[in-house]
Design a protein around this ligand. Structure first.
Ligand SMILES: [Zn+2]
Length: 479
């Protein structure tokens, strides 16, 4: 017995033992290296139960949907299964548009194969397959205004979509004589969710679009994912709409409250559900968008470039993207800013001239200039606490808060004068000439507004010849 326990313990993935810190499992990737790539996360509970297919981002301008769904990718389940797609319509999301070229991805589910526009059609076929694996489908949206069964005003009326659970019919008769009781289900979800929402103007309502009916106000919903899942695949299907008329934090919080309620109703039990309080959601949204840097290989040598830094290549050298340094690895893509050439991990990239790598997630953009330079700089000689040490280009000098260091000289470049400029430090107080070699640098002398990071600890050191940036190192203050 003891051996078995030990074996189980050792076979657990390392990250569970390491810190209890949450991590995103590696996604399955459909259509890899295509602009319409789809990331799929599967969660398997220790006990079997219902399977929820949770879809975000079928529309590209409904960010709360993507971000709320993404939060579920790190759950651990005690019971049940989840198939999670935070960003179904990746091209539209990056463009910040509902759909690309006027194609609405949620109006394609009634089309025969040969009429499907591409590449959306491939995504439609993928999601149709996944619907079959699920017992319940939730498609998430962010709409304008507030749904109300009666007309209140222009913002709050039956034509608006915000803050409702959409069903296509009160119930659906299955061929085997059983019934899918959508209205009862949606009512229970809404009641449960509204208990957690203090301000009643944000309470969810059930919005039955009576999609199949002659008199339906929303006949276009016959082309939707939920209608397909209900009528063609006989799955419990629900649309969850939060409003755009609130902050992103609030919208994500409302969506999380609704999804948590759906999971509870289905008996899908996580070890801990995502938090819904404003502070917790705000903190997590910052983490979801956070990029700390890029780890790359330059001619086989691994370097991590912090955000705000540049990548330096000698002419003819190749660059390989290893990974993005981020706590939430989903939804990111890298391309050159100039000609939108995609750059994928583990592929060699050899730009002939200067370019910029644009790292994107949703509406976020991080830029990394790639500078192609003929440079013979091999490093900086630095005196730090009585010791002289060489730091190589793109290395980081660690400066303990109470110590000081001095740049002694630039190594390698002998052809003409080379200067070292520590951004945020002024060596020559009379005349800031950007020549900081030889001056004593302490943490107190650094100007925080030049720091690259939010914590104001990371600074850039430029090695220049005349106006040309030859190379770069970093300085990190440790308190
Ligand atoms: Zn939508």
């Amino acid at each position: 017995m003891r051996t078995l326990l030990l074996f189980l313990l050792l076979s657990l993935p390392v990250y569970y033992l390491a810190s209890g810190e949450e991590v995103t499992p590696a996604p399955e990737i459909a259509f890899p290296k295509m602009d319409h790539q789809v990331e799929i996360i599967r969660l398997q509970g220790s006990k079997p139960g219902q399977t929820l297919l949770l879809v975000g981002g079928i529309h590209g301008d409904e960010l709360a949907s993507c971000l709320a769904v993404e939060r579920y990718t790190r759950l651990q389940l005690k019971r049940g299964q989840m198939i999670i797609i935070p960003r179904l319509n990746q091209r539209a999301i990056l463009a910040g548009q509902r759909g690309l070229n006027g194609v609405d991805m949620n109006r394609l589910f009634d089309l025969p194969e040969e009429k499907l526009p591409q590449p959306e059609g491939e995504v439609i076929n993928l999601i149709k397959k996944l619907v079959k694996e699920a017992s319940c489908v939730v498609n998430t949206h962010q709409g304008s205004g507030f749904y109300s069964p009666t007309w209140i005003n222009r913002q709050r009326n039956p034509a608006r979509w915000g803050q409702c659970n959409v069903i296509d019919a009160p119930f659906f008769d299955l061929p085997n004589g059983e019934q899918l009781r959508l209205e009862e289900f949606a009512n229970r979800v809404v009641r449960k969710a509204n208990l957690k929402i203090k301000q009643s103007q944000y309470h969810f309502q059930v919005n039955n679009t009576n999609t199949a009916s002659e008199h339906s106000r929303h006949k276009e919903q016959r082309k939707s994912l939920t209608y397909y899942a209900l009528t063609q695949t006989h799955r419990m299907a629900l649309g969850v709409e939060v409003t755009k008329d609130c902050s992103l934090t609030e919208a994500v919080s409302f969506m999380t409250i609704a999804i948590n309620a759906v999971m509870e109703e289905l008996g899908i039990v996580p070890t801990a559900a995502p938090l819904t309080g404003a502070e917790a959601v705000r903190k997590e949204l910052t983490e979801q968008n956070r990029l700390n840097g890029l780890t790359v290989l330059v001619n086989g040598k691994k370097k991590t470039i912090p955000v705000g830094g540049s990548i330096f290549l000698q002419p003819g050298e190749t660059l390989t993207l290893v990974k993005l340094e981020t706590p939430f690895p989903l939804g990111w893509s890298v391309q050159t800013r100039e000609n939108k050439e995609r750059v994928f991990p583990d592929e060699n990239f050899a730009p002939a001239r200067d370019t910029t790598l644009q790292v994107r997630k949703d509406s976020q953009r991080y830029l990394f200039p790639v500078r192609v330079r003929k440079s013979t700089v091999t490093g900086l000689e630095v005196a730090l606490s009585q010791k002289v040490r060489t730091y190589y280009p793109q290395e980081t000098i660690i400066l303990p808060a109470r110590q000081s260091f001095k740049i002694v000289r630039v190594l390698g470049e002998t052809d003409g004068p080379v200067t070292v400029d520590i951004k945020g430090f002024v060596g020559n107080q009379r005349h800031n000439d950007g020549r900081d070699s030889g001056y004593e640098v302490t943490a107190e002398k650094l100007r925080p507004r030049f720091a690259l990071d939010a914590e104001k600890t990371l600074y850039r050191i430029e090695v220049r010849k005349d106006n040309l940036l030859l190379d770069e190192l970093f300085l990190k203050v440790v308190r």
